[in-house]
Ligand binder design. Structure first.
Ligand SMILES: Cc1cc2nc3c(=O)[nH]c(=O)nc-3n(C[C@H](O)[C@H](O)[C@H](O)COP(=O)(O)OP(=O)(O)OC[C@H]3O[C@@H](n4cnc5c(N)ncnc54)[C@H](O)[C@@H]3O)c2cc1C
Length: 383
């Protein structure tokens, strides 16, 4: 997604926004530019708040085969903040690896986006495939993602990614983007494009230190895939006098997307079995000769991946607002008006936000502050 990083002092937001209790009235008297249906950014619209852990590996996703006793294990996990974006490309590679040994029966562990896409690519080759998972699609961490095309988001650290990683990543990204495009217009709109507005000026921004971790930024390699962005002229800018950049962005309606993948898998003869694996031995005891490990952050404990780091992210979900279907970025906060809810996410002062934090407890104050910041985008700044 086209989001230029901003620096924000969210702690100062409450003070800055003091007195802004009647958001509705202020929004109604917003910008002098053309009208746009405002998002209802009221705490009363919040239907749920969720926390998700990005399965981050400094060296990038683990996608390789390993022989363990009688079994072949294909690892496909550790996609950081890019699992939805890269799923199809990694799935094709994992399926080819799994098939290369001549087996025809496969166990896929995990029913998040990586398990679902991998299982589908495998079953499409005529193989017999069973998904085993503790959580089914709607219960997984994948179901708690923002749902945008963000293929390089927290994908690796520049100093830890192996030589050739960027080329491999580009292949995954291009293959995945093409697969997403094929899902546009399907029942339930699993993938669609939404107008996006990136508003700047007057946000509670401040200088923040750069991230301590050297996250790999390779998005420009695939920038040609996306529709171009442009700066809006004053007379067309609904957020004027604030500056606004706009473009169309690829959005995943995660609820219908995951549901579609699960249905397709079953339709093609797949089985989905609820099972919790307490350790590696339990996973290796599965009857299938080839096991595809798509356990996301769960792989850290079960496969002993000491390198894996949780990166916490929280989303506040507003009741769907079909009258205001667009994305809005302002002051370090993003709102995406998806069909399955308006997702509100505070990105933090830099990419370190949430790094190493495995706390999955919800923080309602973070969502309230994020809503308060976003409401300001609609308010005409004082002279
Ligand atoms: C706040 C946030 C926003 C994000 N937004 C985006 C975005 O906009 N775009 C994007 O591309 N990516 C985004 N991501 C990243 C994306 O969500 C992840 O990369 C992706 O969900 C990883 O999918 P997965 O299938 O590997 O893992 P998961 O969804 O965690 O699935 C793991 C599966 O393995 C199973 N499992 C694990 N351990 C065991 C066990 N011991 N026994 C049995 N089963 C087990 C689980 O039950 C589950 O079914 C976001 C992440 C966060 C945190």
């Amino acid at each position: 997604m086209h989001v230029r990083r901003r620096t924000v002092l969210i702690g100062g937001a409450a003070t800055l926004l003091a007195g802004c209790t009647d958001a509705g009235t202020r929004i109604a008297s917003a910008s002098a530019g053309p009208r746009i249906a405002p998002l209802r950014l009221d705490p009363g619209e919040v239907m749920k708040i969720t926390v998700c852990l990005r399965p981050f590996r400094p060296s990038g996703p683990r996608l390789e085969a390993e022989r363990l006793g009688e079994k072949t294990v294909i690892h496909n996990y550790g996609h950081g903040g890019a699992g939805w974006s890269l799923g199809w490309g990694c799935a094709a590679e994992a399926a080819a690896l799994a098939r290369s040994g001549g087996a025809s029966e496969f166990a896929v562990i995990g029913a998040g986006v990586i398990g679902l896409t991998t299982a589908l690519r495998l079953i499409e080759t005529g193989a017999k495939v069973a998904i085993y998972a503790e959580e089914f699609p709607a219960e997984t961490r994948s179901a708690r993602a923002t749902g945008v095309w963000s293929p390089s988001s927290r994908i690796a650290l520049a100093g830890a990614a192996p030589v050739g990683f960027a080329d491999r990543w580009e292949g995954w990204a291009r293959a995945s983007y093409a697969a997403h495009l094929r899902m546009i217009g399907l029942l339930g709109d699993p993938v669609e494009f939404l107008p996006q507005y990136e508003v700047s000026g007057g946000a509670p921004e401040t200088e923040a230190p750069p991230a301590a971790h050297d996250f790999l930024h390779i998005h420009r390699r695939v920038r040609d895939l996306q529709p171009p962005w442009r700066q809006m002229a004053l007379e067309e800018n609904p957020f004027a006098p604030r500056e606004t950049a706009t473009g169309n962005g690829m959005v995943f309606n995660v609820a219908s997307y995951a549901d579609r993948l699960a249905r397709l898998f079953m339709l093609r003869g797949g089985r989905m079995i609820r099972r919790t694996f307490p350790d590696r031995a339990a996973a290796l005891a599965l009857p299938e000769p080839v096991i595809v490990n798509c356990m996301g952050y769960g792989a850290k404990a079960i496969w002993g991946d000491a390198d894996m780091v949780p990166v916490r992210g929280q989303i506040g979900w507003l009741i769907p607002q079909p009258e205001a279907r667009y994305s809005l970025y302002y002051g370090g906060v993003n709102a995406i008006s998806r069909r399955d809810g308006v997702v509100i996410q505070y990105y933090g002062p830099n990419e370190d936000f949430g790094y190493g934090d495995a706390n999955e407890t919800v923080d309602p104050a973070e969502t309230e502050r994020a809503l308060a910041i976003l409401r300001q985008a609609y308010v005409t700044p004082a002279e």
